[in-house]
Design a protein around this ligand. Sequence first.
Ligand code: CA
Length: 271
Amino acid sequence: VQARTLVIIEDEPDIRKVLEAGFRAAGFRVYAYETGDSGVEGVRVHRPDVVTLDLGLPDIDGYEVARRIRLFSNVYVLMLTARAQEVDVLLGLESGADDYVSKPFRFREIRYRVEALLRRPRLRSDAAGLTDSSLSEPAAETLAPASPVTDRRQVLEHNGLCLRIDSRTVAVDGANVKLTRSEFDLLRALLVSGRAVSTKEDLARVLRGDSSVPDGFGREPDEQVIHVHIANLRKKLGDTALGPRWVETVHGFGYRLAPVVRAHTPDREYA
Ligand code: CA
């Protein structure tokens, strides 16, 4: 088994050392950077599985780092924020992070979050960073669906949207839409669940690879994370909460797939 690779972007030496030592001991290949610029280059060169990204860096801030990484990579990004302020979290997820941990933290919580990201279904195309739209035969591992997604279809379609699991691509009315892995995984879960309501907790579990949260790591903001990812997803799809074509809000419960919009075929139904 190939060692998993982690890039750490963190300017505080003490925290950097803790993360480096901890993840090395956990069997990761680790590359650490003190600045945003050098960290982005590190991601480009080493193609890690996960990045831990500090928000406050000496040159460019973590939001900008995440945006630059997203221009060329779909790597999982775990943001480390100094404060658990909602605005930090929102901006972080909007700039492309998959999850976050707020300081002060214990190493084992960061490790838990990293492992949860890595527990998500690994698809062959993930390793190559951004996927292209070329379709190939699915690798054997892609045929093993991740719980709770037990659907084996490789192509999911709904109201002009087409999601291809093997190539991890999404197209709306024939035009490709670039999603982060978190957005893709949530959309896939919604397409599979159809009109059955997925609670935010259900969807949080999708992003955690269906693991339960250890004592002490549970938190309200998981729902906030889902809320922001769904908002980003809608924005990228061109969907709206008010007249949804795909993602329908069920107030007080969660989300589900919007109803099928019938194509305008006035005569056929009465024929
Ligand atoms: Ca810092």
